[in-house]
Design a protein. Structure first.
Length: 264
């Protein structure tokens, strides 16, 4: 049994502190940027799409803004709307936490769509690249969640349970690590094995990301404690499960539409 004693702050300079969560975002973006350009070059060799690899650098700026705005407003709308209606000034206090993956995903899709219109390239072409590199950031983000001692799991008696003293003295599932493995490592291997080894079909990796992330997230939600301010809907559905179910459904619908287009 492990007792969580990790400090969310890596280095504290007094005036400013470097947090593991911030580093997870920064390193995730840098690694995703690097790998994204590698994948982009590979895809362009397999297709007749016209896109300058250097323009991918401009997309990163769109994505950073989209992640911050989408992630923040997603958390506000999906997880704590009543609080922020009563405390609107707290909306800008991102440093106090409160980001939603599903909100960030919506932001990324919207930002990528705007960028694709500007560059006159298929939106799904860019989303495929993003889908393949996103698990890197997800993996690092979930590790940071564990270091922060947040998004804790349900109480358990398994031998690898973790006690989070900031929460209580009960052993809990390290659900953050479960998510890091499934949503990060496994999803990364799955999507990259497809795009590197199979014939490229535009939109396939985007749809598979929606489907498999949704599945992995729902599995993880089984072990994760629900958000205190929300609890469960109908006594068994968490907000994460509901949003991930919509992801899976959307993934199958879009994949079916794309496959029908290929057949015509």
């Amino acid at each position: 049994m492990y007792t969580h004693i990790l400090d969310p702050v890596l280095i504290d300079f007094g005036v400013i502190a470097i947090r593991w969560y911030s580093l997870a975002y920064i390193i995730g973006i840098i690694l995703g940027w690097w790998l994204g350009k590698k994948i982009l070059t590979l895809v362009l060799e397999k297709t007749n799409l016209n896109f300058n690899v250097k323009e991918f650098d401009d997309l990163i700026s769109y994505l950073i803004i989209s992640i911050i705005i989408g992630g923040r407003f997603g958390y506000i709308i999906f997880y704590n709307l009543s609080y922020y209606i009563s405390n609107p000034l707290d909306i800008i206090k991102i440093w106090e936490g409160g980001m939603s993956f599903h909100g960030a995903l919506i932001g990324i899709i919207f930002g990528t769509y705007l960028f694709s219109l500007k560059k006159n390239v298929p939106t799904f072409f860019l989303l495929d690249i993003i889908a393949c590199v996103s698990p890197i950031g997800i993996f690092l983000g979930r590790i940071a969640n564990f270091i922060n001692g947040e998004l804790v799991g349900k109480v358990t008696n398994v031998s690898w349970g973790v006690i989070f003293p900031a929460i209580d003295n009960l052993p809990r599932h390290p659900s953050q690590l479960y998510e890091a493995i499934l949503e990060g490592f496994v999803l990364f291997i799955l999507l990259n094995s497809i795009i590197f080894t199979q014939k490229y079909k535009i939109g396939k990796c985007s749809c598979l990301f929606l489907i498999f992330y949704g599945i992995f997230r729902i599995i993880s939600e089984i072990f994760r404690a629900p958000d205190v301010q929300l609890g469960y809907f109908f006594n068994f559905l968490s907000m994460g499960t509901i949003l991930s179910s919509f992801m899976i459904l959307s993934g199958f619908i879009i994949l079916n539409i794309l496959q029908k287009k290929d057949e015509t």
